[in-house]
Design a protein around this ligand. Structure first.
Ligand SMILES: [Zn+2]
Length: 580
């Protein structure tokens, strides 16, 4: 897709689209779009900014953060070495460049991702820098423009990189509340966790001509489905046809389109009554925050101790054990009076997500969870617990219904990940996940999430942006499957056990990283050996965590929830020490 490496001393480069040999200066004058075939070569962030903003208006935002390797990740090369190499080859500090600038005279805050830097992957630093850019937009009451280019979350930072999807999303939610415009410009390629969060949950989504965007990448989908992909799959025109972007824009028109959109939304601004900004928490509220924190039950130390000795790969196999209790099992054993609610109201009912009203110790709650199964037939019928966009939209419908009815939400997470299929992409998998993450950051009712089995990447997070996140002792929660990680970073997939260890996906590790608040101990063997005892323990943990949340006013719940997910970028230096 990219043209030959654009080094200044190179006079010629070959178009990746039509193989024409092009004079570099002519190509650059044409914004790196091939004059012969129209192929849009990938741009680095500095060049992208140069093309979009008014000359002389660029004010870079700070890009240096404490050095961190939050989970001490090592594959065949230690993560810090990969970072050093990426810095040397790009001249950038991280995979995003953030700035304030004007575009056609309109002030904006901008974050532009750079695919050359570790595939534009979303790590803690990238999440933190984009979040700060969004917060700057909020402070200055100016629009936020994001230009995305990313393969997804940065697996070398484990579940903490997954958390960035929530961190950035809630910063975008704050801009929505303040009536400030958010725009994302999808450039090639935009995938995974970036596609399933801030690339698609902005007010406007523009796709640059030729850009591809999706949740699952084409290679993964081909592998899983064993079928050839439709012509033009996941390209900008495909996305437009399937209703997932506002427009497809040629690079030469991109700046003009942004100017027009900024002008249209800016024109109304001075006369519109401005939405009051969220004030910092008052002293009284801060006291109450402390009270709420104090009311939380302490973590169960026994679980941290016993699970630590188990190898991560054994835990992965335990988490996937076919005998492990499913969401429907827990609905039967932990809850009473479950009434299942079906359908997304848009044309489908996804069997991989079940949800409905139930009672927990006499209190009404909304329970939503992934459903796997114990037999092959059950697993197939439930798509192995891999939700389609319809499943995510059903979950969203039930969450919002719960908030309207004043019911707390309990989610049970057990999925290898969201459905990697052609139809899922056609129906907006990335946007569906992104919408759930955004909705959960503002949902005005208590949300309690439990990772009961497999917590697989964005599909898991779509149900797990919660006030309290619990995890069964032998469950796993990860940004990518160990097999997927091994296939990318090791010579082959047989390194999955090493990848499992490197990813820090076990409950005790995630408890130490603060991704999980409490580990729920399983019976001595494991959940599948004694489902009844597991249910008793889960029920006790749910009650202990839910009851204190019921007394917290909804506005404060949302504020505390945001604080919980805000800290994953900023506090990572401290978290690192905790892992050791
Ligand atoms: Zn060409």
């Amino acid at each position: 897709m990219t043209a030959t490496a654009p080094r200044e001393e190179q006079l010629w480069s070959r178009c990746a689209g039509c193989a024409s040999l092009l004079y570099r200066k002519r190509l650059r004058r044409n914004l790196d779009v091939c004059p012969e075939c129209g192929e849009h070569a990938r741009l680095g962030a500095p060049e992208r900014l140069r093309q979009l903003v008014d000359p002389g208006s660029l004010r870079p935002l700070a890009d240096r953060l404490p050095e961190a390797d939050p989970i001490d990740f090592v594959d065949v090369v230690p993560y810090p070495h990969r970072l050093t190499a990426a810095r040397a080859s790009t001249g950038l500090v991280e995979a995003v460049v953030c700035a304030t600038a004007t575009i056609g005279g309109h002030p904006v805050a901008m974050a532009v991702m750079d695919f050359r830097f570790l595939g534009g992957s979303l790590g803690c630093a990238v999440g933190e820098l984009i979040t700060r850019t969004a917060e700057r937009a909020l402070d200055e009451r100016i629009p936020l423009v994001l230009v995305t280019a990313s393969g997804g979350a940065r697996m070398q930072e484990g579940a903490l990189s997954l958390m960035q999807m929530a961190t950035v999303s809630q910063a975008i939610a704050a801009l929505h509340e303040a009536g400030l415009l958010t725009v994302s410009v999808l450039t090639d390629p935009t995938y995974g966790g970036v596609a399933a969060s801030f690339a698609t949950n902005t007010d406007l989504v523009l796709a640059e001509s030729g850009a591809r965007m999706g949740f699952a990448g084409p290679r993964v989908i081909r592998q899983v489905t064993g079928r050839a992909l439709p012509e033009g799959f996941q390209t900008a025109d495909f996305l437009l046809r399937h209703g997932q972007v506002d427009m497809v824009v040629q690079r030469r028109s991109l700046r003009g389109r942004l100017v027009a959109l900024l002008a249209a939304t800016h024109a109304g601004a001075p006369t519109r009554p401005s939405v009051p900004r969220q004030e910092p928490a008052s002293h009284r509220e801060r006291l109450a925050d402390d009270d709420a924190a104090a009311a939380r039950p302490p973590a169960t130390p026994a679980a941290d101790g016993t699970a630590a000795v188990r190898d991560a790969w054994d835990t992965v196999r335990m988490a996937r054990h076919p005998g492990r209790p499913t969401t429907l099992d827990y609905l039967d054993s932990v809850f009473d009076g479950f009434v299942e609610l079906h359908g997304d109201r848009l044309g489908a009912d996804c069997p991989a997500i079940v949800g409905g009203v139930a009672r927990l110790a006499g209190r009404h709650v909304m329970v939503i969870g992934h459903q796997k199964g114990h037999t092959t037939a059950e697993l197939v019928a439930r798509n192995f617990g891999m939700a389609s966009p319809a499943g995510h939209r059903k979950a969203l419908r039930l969450m919002r219904l719960a908030a309207r009815l004043g019911l707390p939400v309990v989610t049970l997470v057990d999925t290898p990940g969201a459905d990697p299929g052609v139809s899922a992409e056609e129906h907006g998998q990335a946007a569906a996940i992104a919408e759930n993450i955004l909705a959960l950051t503002v949902l005005p009712t208590p949300v309690l999430a439990v990772i009961t089995g497999e917590g697989g990447s964005g599909g898991a997070l779509a149900l797990a942006v919660a006030d309290r996140v619990l995890m069964l002792e032998n469950a796993v929660y990860s940004v990518i499957s160990p097999e997927g990680c091994a296939a990318i970073l090791w010579p082959d997939r047989s390194a999955a056990p090493q990848a499992a260890r490197a990813l820090r996906l076990s409950a005790p590790d995630l408890r130490r990283l603060g991704v999980v608040d409490e580990v729920v101990p399983e019976p001595p063997a494991a959940a599948h050996d004694d489902p009844a005892e597991t249910a008793l323990r889960l029920r006790a943990a749910l009650l202990a965590n839910l009851l204190p949340l019921l007394d917290v006013p909804p506005a404060m719940l949302v504020r505390l929830r945001r604080q919980r997910f805000r800290r994953f970028g900023a506090a990572r230096a401290g978290q690192r020490a905790g892992v050791r």
